[in-house]
Design a protein around this ligand. Structure first.
Ligand SMILES: N[C@@H](CCC(=O)N[C@@H](CS)C(=O)NCC(=O)O)C(=O)O
Length: 233
């Protein structure tokens, strides 16, 4: 199998994380989104990554469709789920994926007011999942599942932002923090991105053009979204 990819794309990371969680071998080919090759445009009806080229040579697009294919075509990460359980998991995974671009735009905020406004949208999703999480290692149990893989992407990026700037998108949500720690301990976050991911991510989101980038240069925010109004940087 091959994923057609862009280094810091969250939708690609979700697909790669599922392949890693299932221990499935795959290749990865990076393309420039500024200058998309014709062969890619020919196989990607939406012109977006990820595209998964299956072992049978079929090009699949849209990350939701790709992860469903991977869960059906290969030994299931979560075997024996009822249709209701599968639908419920898809819905909780969707709550993460519909916030991927919200998180990207929050990270790119040029000023404090914009960051607060965009982080408030993420807060809604983080509050919902905080209320749903149990005292298990992962979502709904102690084995990693499809919801974990979808949220891993948001939580990995939040961890990198916190490490570099002190700013914590997750804030005071103990279950979510604990889930983030358990997910990071699996090593799936690093395995699902290229080696140079963190540098590329920091260059793009923490440049001097962004509020968070300037926080980093000023020694860190040490603030979460709720406290940001009083942040010094
Ligand atoms: N709905 C798509 C979204 C994928 C997406 O937004 N990919 C971005 C990179 S993160 C992309 O390819 N952008 C290029 C473009 O839209 O022209 C999916 O889930 O696969």
């Amino acid at each position: 199998m091959k994923i057609v990819s862009f280094k810091i794309c969250p939708f690609v990371q979700r697909v790669a994380a599922l392949l890693e969680a299932k221990n499935l071998p795959y290749e990865i080919e990076f393309i420039s989104l500024q200058d998309k090759p014709q062969w890619f445009l020919d196989i990607s009806p939406n012109g977006q990554v990820p595209v998964l080229i299956t072992d049978g040579g079929q090009a699949l697009f849209e990350s939701d469709a790709i992860v469903e294919y991977l869960e059906e075509a290969y030994p299931a990460l979560q075997p024996g789920l009822s249709p209701e359980e599968k639908a419920t998991n898809r819905a909780w995974a969707y709550l993460a994926t519909k916030n991927y671009l919200v998180q990207c735009s929050a990270q790119r905020s040029a000023d404090k007011a914009t960051l607060s406004e965009r982080a408030a949208k993420l807060d809604v999703a983080f509050d919902r999942i905080e209320a749903k999480l149990c005292d298990t290692r992962f979502f709904g149990g102690n084995e990693i599942g499809m919801v974990d893989v979808a949220w891993l992407v948001l939580l990995h990026r939040a961890a990198i932002i916190e490490k570099n700037t002190g700013y914590d998108f997750i804030g005071d949500r103990p279950k979510l923090k604990s889930w983030q720690a358990h997910l990071m301990q699996t090593g799936l976050a690093e395995k699902s991105v290229p080696a140079e991911f963190e540098d590329a991510f920091v260059d793009f989101y923490l440049s001097d053009q962004t509020f968070l980038g300037r926080c980093k240069e000023n020694g860190g925010c040490k603030k979460n979204a709720a406290e940001l109004a009083d942040a010094c940087c």
